[in-house]
Design a protein around this ligand. Structure first.
Ligand SMILES: *[C@@H]1O[C@H](CO)[C@@H](O)[C@H](O)[C@H]1NC(C)=O
Ligand SMILES: *[C@@H]1O[C@H](CO)[C@@H](O)[C@H](O)[C@H]1NC(C)=O
Length: 585
């Protein structure tokens, strides 16, 4: 096996060199990444961490819980890396006290978690049965948080739809979900609303729509290309609006809480900022991502560019109506302004360029956008192949939200970075860098006038990462999943994040550098605890790690290097020709 792996290595280096030289030809280094900004956050800024039910609770069939689409999906072979499931995950169901003490250690102001719909309502339909044992679990969690002065921020839908609703109605393809979800939400307001003051209807509906109903990478695993995602999104937006109105009319006066939605979005930056086509393509990228959901909620309808592009492509396909569903005038006014605060989940950035996709018979959400996504090979890629650290994109996205939606109140509901399983080190220096730089860009955005009230590090614990299983780790705390007890160990980033929280920002360079140095020093002792287990990592993982960067760089080769090499060759030939001609004269 020496030969293939060294061949891969050489290939990798070659590709990397090519990419690096190609990148120099582009203007994409010229962004106001600027310098580090020392300063503090506004008084009362809320610092938190988060997780979600299916990713952390385990206890998948305990105490009367019903099945969710994720239980069923992860039990099918070949859907999740290593055929992992969330059956036991972090055993969070049994570890409320332990986990709240980790939050206390960090001095968190808030903790973000989600309520599992099938744990409360096993079939998803409230009139069938309410599971009091499920209610008791969340009562216990909420009470324990409040006793420790940690504010609960609660998500109602973090992807775990009751399986019965999927089988009976087709899940989010069916408009009847709106009422079932509203009944579930109403039950939550009734039982928990005296103590919970921050509600989030949906977490990242983009992912539910696109990965659940378009690509099928997530539960329920449907591949309804070109239509499924739009329909699922349409019903989720309606469900969000309905639940907001339910809270507004029936509970707000008594409970005095806020209700919003958590939208995720990468930032899209034009490859060539002097090219109008690229500028429009980058804007389109963000509108098809964040704008798809935010525009209906804030302005009452889909972004015009989505209506135009999907409408035109549907017509070219010979369809009588657009694949993007339309809202009626009543629905538009009902939806508009249904957001007390906007949750923002953000992880990374892409460069965007215009790319025409001739509309054939095969349509999809991705081809509807007429663009290509690129990455700069110089961006640090600490873990996931998709998650490049590009801090300045965060500031731009936050400013985009401010200008597009009338400067709404924002809670950052997810921001963080993963590492691959092989790197089980607790000395996560790259995570410290990621948090430091992203939180700093958020501070700059606040100075720009963006109304950010809180920040949620994603995530408190390593946990089940959906189709990636346990192969990616986002936690501030390391979880040893091989041990039945699922013990937690602090990574170095715990110490660092704790300092940011206690200083409410970044006091000065000397101190911040000191935090980092101390954090990395102290973690090495806890690291030894794990050293023995690390050696068990399999050869299969080593191979995967080598391959991943290669495949992602290969995309770059076709998109950028090939045209660049061609251009360079033509240029060189021209110079050579000129040289020859001169010599003749
Ligand atoms: C997952 O399950 C499938 C089907 O049983 C099997 O072929 C595959 O090897 C399994 N993968 C792992 C990593 O165990
Ligand atoms: C929605 O559910 C109802 C009731 O089961 C069913 O009659 C209808 O066909 C479903 N619609 C879709 C689009 O699946």
């Amino acid at each position: 096996t020496m030969l293939p792996s060294s061949a891969v290595g050489v290939c990798h280096v070659l590709v990397l060199v090519l990419c690096l030289s190609a990148a120099e030809d582009f203007d994409w280094a010229k962004n106001d990444r600027g310098s580090f900004y020392y300063g503090t956050f506004p008084a009362g800024f809320s610092w938190g961490a988060g997780g979600s039910a299916y990713q952390t609770e385990g206890a998948w069939d305990t105490d009367g819980k019903g099945l969710s689409i994720w239980d069923v999906f992860s039990h099918k072979k070949g859907k999740v890396q290593q055929n992992d499931t969330g059956d036991s995950s972090c055993e969070g169901y049994y570890k409320v006290k332990d986990d709240v003490s980790l939050m206390k250690e960090l001095k968190l102001n808030h903790y973000r978690f989600s309520i599992s719909w099938p744990r409360l309502i096993p079939t998803g339909i409230k009139s069938d049965h309410v599971n009091e044992k499920g209610i008791q679990y969340y009562d216990h969690l909420i009470d324990h948080l409040l006793e420790n002065k940690i504010t609960p921020i609660v998500t109602l839908y973090h992807w775990d739809l009751p399986q019965v609703l999927q089988e009976k109605y087709g899940g989010w393809q069916n408009i009847s979900m709106v009422n079932h979800f509203n009944e579930f939400a109403n039950l939550c307001f009734e039982r928990f609303g005296n103590r919970v003051k921050y509600w989030i209807t949906f977490n990242n509906p983009w992912s539910v729509a696109v990965e659940g109903y378009e690509t099928g990478e997530h539960a329920p695993g449907l591949k309804l290309r070109g239509t499924g995602a739009y329909k699922a999104a349409h019903h989720m937006i309606k469900a969000h609006a309905k639940v907001w109105h339910t809270y507004d009319t029936q509970w707000r006066a008594k409970q005095k809480g806020l209700i919003g939605i958590s939208l995720s979005g990468d930032w899209g930056e034009p490859v060539d900022i002097s090219n109008q086509k690229d500028i429009e393509a980058a804007e389109r990228y963000v509108q098809f991502y964040l704008g798809w959901f935010a525009t209906p909620i804030f302005h009452g309808d889909y972004p015009q560019v989505m209506k135009d592009f999907i409408g035109r492509k549907s017509a070219q396909q010979g369809l009588g109506t657009s694949r993007l569903p339309a809202f009626s005038p009543q629905e538009k006014s009902y939806m508009k302004g249904t957001c007390d605060f906007l949750g923002i989940g953000h992880f990374t950035t892409r460069y965007i360029t215009q790319k025409n996709n001739p509309s054939g018979r095969s349509s999809s959400y991705f081809t509807d956008r007429d663009l290509a996504e690129l990455v700069d090979p110089r961006w640090p890629d600490p873990g996931s192949e998709w998650l490049y650290s590009v801090p300045w994109g965060f500031r731009r996205l936050l400013n985009f939200v401010k200008t597009q939606y009338g400067n709404p109140m924002i809670y950052v509901t997810e921001n963080g970075v993963s590492e691959k399983m092989l790197c089980t080190e607790l000395c996560d220096d790259w995570r410290i860098h990621y948090y430091k730089d992203y939180i700093n860009e958020m501070l700059k955005a606040i100075r720009d006038g963006v109304n950010v009230k809180g920040y949620t590090a994603w995530s408190l614990l390593d946990k089940f990462e959906w189709d990636e299983g346990y192969s990616e780790r986002f936690g501030l705390y390391y979880v040893d999943f091989r041990n039945k007890n699922k013990p937690r160990y602090p990574k170095a980033s715990v110490q660092f994040y704790k300092r940011i929280i206690s200083s409410n920002g970044f006091p000065n360079q000397r101190e911040v550098e000191n935090w980092r140095r101390k954090a990395v020093e102290t973690c090495s002792s806890s690291n030894q605890l794990l050293a023995a287990e690390e050696q068990r990592s399999s050869a299969a993982n080593i191979l995967r790690l080598i391959h991943d960067p290669l495949t992602s760089h290969m995309e770059m080769v076709t998109e950028i290097v090939v045209p660049t090499v061609c251009t360079l060759s033509i240029l060189l030939s021209a110079i050579f020709l000129m040289f020859l001609l001169r010599r003749r004269n």
